[in-house]
Design a protein around this ligand. Structure first.
Ligand SMILES: Cc1cc2nc3c(=O)[nH]c(=O)nc-3n(C[C@H](O)[C@H](O)[C@H](O)COP(=O)(O)OP(=O)(O)OC[C@H]3O[C@@H](n4cnc5c(N)ncnc54)[C@H](O)[C@@H]3O)c2cc1C
Length: 715
């Protein structure tokens, strides 16, 4: 809390205290109002402007300070100013007062609540962004919800002040009219509670639900509108057409077949998509060979002499292909057909919300379908840098065709793919220059992760050029040159082969999306809602084409939601759960990540504390001569709940699984500490990280007393 927070709190506390200490609250009773009615009325008639200002200020102060007496003041408004003026004055005064209370709550507590309940408040904020105005309107209309509670609670959410004000004014209006009207007949009122009959309360509740119901009806209407120009078939050939047989499409089709839907999976290239053919599988197979070679080079360190580590680049690349072939049956058309999926090798094109045209070597046919899932993946991003067109550049799609090892490889990009491949090639003896325009590698990770990887890369001879922006490529006779800008200076970097690794672009064109008007998001991915649905409620998207993550496991995760919502959405829909998303970068050492890291926490304003266990102390890591890296855990201050974990070290991608499970199922650091971990394993690092947290939070006073007890027992 800052000084201004404390000052405001004190002012509010003093004012509220003064109200209760003085006799003011005694005045705000029905009996007093009735007794003083004629005198107040006479004053109001004699000094209408003064009386209005005075009354409005009292009303605003009462509501702003959340003091009791609002209902009585409203009655007084009717009794003194009549139905029209009374309603007008109270409507503005109550809205201004409510907004002041709302702003005070926001100023005093929003950051605090956000820091303490980051995940929950995020979900609430998302809900408020979507439906906040409707919820507020309903709450305002139904007079059973205390107004001051609504003001304070709304201040803790992300609803805008303007929305809060005008929705409040609108929503409170009917209730205000009822009270003001009652006030005009003050003499007839015996109790405040009698003003609202159960029937009136019920009709207000119905009125309150009206906007929510209207909203549902409007969105159903909008959904119908989008289909207006299409003729819906009477019958459908299939329940679901899935376009693309990568990680997302395969899982979507699998789920559909498992629940006995008729599903058609269309793939125009290779079953398994990017992960199997040009992504995870080849890259990990390649990395394995290069890691083995790096280990051979360290053989003497392990007491093994005389190892001659010769290799054949083409042989390594052939092994990569063999690995792909070995894994391929998991994703094969035959396997999926056996699972009940109708697999078609061909190119799909959406021609209407219910029809997909499929072109195969045998010809073109059209399938009608109830739902469609777009799982068309992404492709390497090729930047518009002058001169690039004259370079025979490589991407993650084409690099696996290499059989001749590059002598000097320029890797453009310092993200996960760039880093994994830069290190792998460097380990084979290729002279690697890695160019990144940011001031560090792996910018999604915390700074010390980048530093650790950077140090390792420097040790392994990779020439990492940070803050270098590629400006132009020159193709000269025997070599190529990149002209980059580094802190205002022009730098020339000579290379033989170029690998572009600066991101991936979603595949959204050329298969009908633009023709039928499927909307795209700003990042050029297909725009989907929280149910993976596009602007056509029966067309869904998942995987790289939908984003925001570009991982095989997130593609598969989204695919479950897309498939279930596509098939059963008319009965019940499921929101994609992004609460615990892990990932790993398979450099050596590996970098694994789940939940928040420090930079995420700072960005989101989440309060945290950090517990770090350095792996150089871990017995297993020492035994393996892999004693480097760390486990870094973020927790809310003083609590053992896990907010996020980053692990850098050997097998980090596997070791983090315990934390992923813990976060998903609310398992705490204390729970991890209480769990037996096999000795000696890398996973013990998780327990030791929990131990770091525990030591910092041990009950010092209690321990002092226990020490005294032991001393006393020693005599
Ligand atoms: C080098 C590299 C390493 C990676 N390593 C990892 C890793 O270690 N771990 C990880 O989780 N992720 C990794 N990824 C990312 C991962 O590969 C992708 O996130 C994942 O493959 C995306 O799956 P997808 O199903 O969305 O798309 P894809 O696998 O790209 O599948 C889309 C499919 O749709 C087909 N298609 C497109 N249009 C049509 C059409 N009109 N008709 C019919 N078929 C069509 C395509 O041919 C393709 O087969 C890596 C990526 C790369 C490039």
């Amino acid at each position: 809390m800052t000084r201004s927070h404390i000052v405001l709190l004190i002012i509010i506390a003093v004012l509220i205290g003064a109200f209760f200490y003085s006799d003011l609250q005694q005045l705000l009773t029905l009996e007093t109002l009735k007794a003083k009615h004629q005198a107040l009325l006479a004053y109001t008639n004699a000094h209408p402007v003064k009386a209005t200002i005075f009354y409005a200020l009292i009303y605003i102060a009462t509501t702003a300070l959340s003091l009791p007496g609002g209902a009585l003041l409203t009655l007084a408004g009717g009794a003194l100013f009549g139905l029209l003026w009374g309603t007008l004055i109270v409507s503005f005064a109550s809205s201004i007062g409510a907004t002041l209370a709302f702003l005070a709550a926001r100023f005093l507590f929003r950051d605090l609540v956000k820091a303490k309940f980051a995940e929950r408040i995020k979900a609430v904020d998302e809900g408020m962004a979507r439906d906040g105005a409707y919820y507020l309107f309903t709450l305002r209309l139904v007079p059973v919800f205390p107004f001051f509670v609504i003001n304070l609670v709304m201040g803790l959410t992300a609803i805008t002040t303007r929305t809060f004000y005008w929705i409040s004014q609108l929503g409170m209006l009917p209730g205000t009219v009822v009270y003001i009207n009652a006030g005009t007949q003050l003499a007839k009122i015996d109790t405040l509670s009698g003003i609202f009959s159960p029937a009136l309360l019920a009709s207000f509740a119905l009125l309150g639900l009206f906007p929510l119901i209207t909203r549902k009806v409007v969105s159903a209407f909008q959904a119908k509108q989008i289909y207006k120009k299409w003729a819906e078939p009477d019958k459908f050939d299939t329940n679901l057409v899935v376009i693309g047989a990568g990680a997302a499409g395969l899982v979507a089709a699998y789920i559909a077949a498992a629940v006995k839907a008729r599903v058609t999976l269309v793939e125009k290239h290779k079953m398994g998509g990017e992960c199997l053919n040009t992504g995870c599988v080849p890259s990990k197979a390649f990395i394995r060979s290069t890691k083995l070679l790096a280990q051979f080079h360290r053989a003497a360190e392990f007491g093994i002499n005389g190892i001659k580590a010769d290799f054949d680049f083409a042989g390594i690349m052939e092994r990569v292909q063999r690995v792909i072939e070995t894994v391929a049956p998991h994703d094969s058309a035959q396997r999926y057909r056996e699972l009940g999926v109708d697999v078609i090798k061909g190119s799909a094109r959406i021609i209407s919300p219910w029809a997909v045209e499929i072109t195969t070597p045998e010809g073109t046919r059209t399938l009608t379908t109830r739902s469609i899932i777009i799982a068309t993946g992404s492709r390497p991003f090729v930047p518009a840098i002058p001169g690039l067109e004259n370079i025979d550049y490589l991407t993650s799609d084409t690099i696996w065709n290499l059989r001749e090892q590059p002598r000097r490889l320029l890797v453009l990009g310092g993200g996960p793919i760039g880093c994994e491949l830069a290190q792998a090639f460097a380990r084979l003896g290729t002279q690697v220059i890695q160019v990144e325009k940011a001031p560090r590698l792996l910018t999604r990770e915390d700074a010390e992760v980048s530093t650790t990887i950077m140090e390792k890369f420097s040790q392994e001879g990779i020439d990492v050029r940070l803050e270098h922006t590629a400006k132009q490529f020159l193709a000269e006779k025997d070599e190529h040159i990149l002209i980059a800008e580094y802190r205002g200076q022009e730098v020339r970097i000579v290379f033989d082969r170029l690998l572009l690794a600066i991101g991936r672009t979603a595949n959204t064109t050329g298969f009908g999306l633009e023709d039928i008007g499927v909307e795209l998001a700003p990042g050029h991915t297909v725009r989907v809602d929280e149910f993976q649905s596009t602007n056509y409620p029966n067309i869904f998207a998942c995987g790289d084409v939908a984003g925001p993550y570009q991982f095989t496991h997130t593609a598969a995760h989204q695919a479950w939601y897309a498939s279930v919502n596509a098939l059963f959405g008319s009965f019940n829909k499921f929101r994609t759960d992004y609460s615990v998303i892990p990932w790993a970068t398979f450099t050596d050492p590996e970098v694994a990540h789940v939940g928040l890291n420090e930079q995420d926490a700072r960005e989101q304003g989440v309060a945290y504390e950090v517990s770090i266990y350095n792996i150089d102390d871990l017995d297993r890591a020492i035994a393996d001569s892999a004693a480097h890296g760390f486990v870094k855990v973020l927790t809310p201050p003083g609590k053992d709940k896990i907010l996020g974990v980053t692990i850098v070290g050997q097998h980090a991608g596997d070791v983090i699984a315990e934390f992923v499970l813990a976060m998903k199922h609310g398992i705490s650091l204390n729970d991890i500490l209480r769990t037996i971990h096999i000795y000696p394993t890398m996973a013990e690092a998780n327990k030791y990280a929990a131990g770091v947290w525990k030591r910092r939070h041990q009950p010092e006073t209690l321990l002092k007393w226990i020490a005294r007890l032991h001393a006393w027992r020693r005599g």
